[in-house]
Design a protein. Structure first.
Length: 178
């Protein structure tokens, strides 16, 4: 059944280019990068490809955030793909705007023994720092926005995620979580 779902998504998403990401997290990050760039440049083809990448990844906005796929789809007229979720939590994204030197904090649960990943996609070359701490306050990962964090939790628990605007002006980011 799972294989059939993957095949349906692959057929609906169209042909896969040699350089197109193959896992859900990478497709989510690539889709948001492409979509953000296309949204500012009004590039309909690139925005449509971003919508298809995000839908194929199963990514969705975190509670309370705007659904970028829905608004981008309306802008370019791309039909929605059928719903499919790979994992219980699945990839998610959050759109944030931070003032200069401001920090945005949220908590996210990650499952023991399963790869956890977070990436910050800056919009318009904004600088950022990402830091993740476990529930005991120990740093799990710290990275520049372009590097992202990737680890395997030893136990299932909530992690503190901080995104810091290290630039000299207000900035906009999309945080991708899996």
């Amino acid at each position: 059944m799972r294989l059939i779902g993957l095949l349906v998504i692959a057929l609906l998403a169209g042909p896969v280019a040699a350089d197109q990401p193959t896992d859900a997290f990478s497709r989510t990050v690539a889709g948001l990068r492409n979509g953000s760039a296309a949204a500012t440049a009004h590039d309909r083809a690139r925005l449509g490809a971003a919508v298809r990448l995000l839908e194929a990844s199963g990514a969705h906005p975190m509670d309370g955030d705007d659904d970028l796929v829905k608004s981008w789809r309306a802008r370019v007229g791309v039909a929605p793909a059928p719903a499919y979720r790979d994992r219980a939590l699945g990839p998610a994204y959050r759109h944030i705007v931070l003032a200069r030197a401001a920090t945005m904090h949220f908590e996210q649960t990650f499952l023991a023994g399963q790869r956890a990943r977070i990436a910050v996609v800056p919009i318009r070359r904004a600088a950022a720092r990402l830091q993740v701490e476990d529930d005991d306050g120990h740093r799990v990962c710290a990275a520049a926005a372009t590097g992202g964090c990737d680890w395997v939790p030893v136990w299932t628990t909530r992690f503190r995620v901080d995104v810091v605007n290290t630039g000299t002006r207000d900035a906009e980011y999309i945080v991708v979580i899996q």
